[in-house]
Write a protein that binds this ligand. Structure first.
Ligand code: NI
Length: 195
């Protein structure tokens, strides 16, 4: 590991920094190999909760909004996110794979159905990353480490999160920052865990 090459004093600093990042309760747990995975998986849970909160906060007709004529609809972006999670899963950790939807960009009009599918794929991603890391197995096709799959998905979903907000703004139905902030950014910032 890279950290094993650090001088002892730097290692201590590094551990303190990780522990500070891990302040998710009333105390600061020391980040060790034993709990760092749980902290990382918590970041995935928060990312997913933010995505579903955004979906549930859409105004009426929001699923049909699109940024420009050639852009996907908001519904298509959400179903694309679900599909991307699963296609990488099928290629990299097939023992955790779930059935792929027949189409990647689906104009699903039912937010409850989209949320249920996203909940299922979020669990599959979580189980795959935890399973591969705990068993010490690398991914089959991509990624130097299983953790990079999870981080890739977080980055990908943040990218589309901004597109969804832009599509609604252009459609004349922007989110109110005061209302959407507590459902999205604050999930990252809050110290207390949320469900
Ligand atoms: Ni994408």
């Amino acid at each position: 590991m890279v950290t094993s090459r650090l001088p002892a004093a730097d290692r201590i600093q590094s551990t303190k920094a990780l522990a500070a990042c891990a302040n998710i309760g009333g105390h600061v747990p020391i980040a060790t190999h034993g709990n760092l995975l749980e902290i990382i998986l918590d970041s995935w849970d928060r990312n997913h909760r933010i995505l579903v909160n955004l979906l549930r906060a859409l105004p009426p007709g929001g699923l049909e909004a699109r940024a420009i004529a050639s852009s996907p609809t908001v519904a298509e972006i959400f179903t694309h996110i679900h599909y991307v999670r699963l296609i990488f899963l099928s290629e990299d950790a097939p023992e955790f794979a779930a059935p792929l939807p027949p189409r990647e960009w689906l104009n699903e009009g039912n937010a409850d159905r989209i949320a249920a599918e996203l909940d299922a794929s979020a669990k599959s991603v979580r189980d795959a990353v935890a399973g591969r890391i705990q068993s010490g197995r690398e991914m089959n096709l991509h990624y130097d480490h299983p953790l990079l799959y999870l981080q890739h998905m977080i980055w990908h979903e943040g990218y589309h999160h901004g597109q969804i907000k832009l599509a609604l703004k252009i459609a004349g139905r922007p989110f109110d920052d005061e209302e959407i902030g507590p459902l999205t950014w604050d999930i990252w910032l809050d110290k207390a865990r949320r469900e």
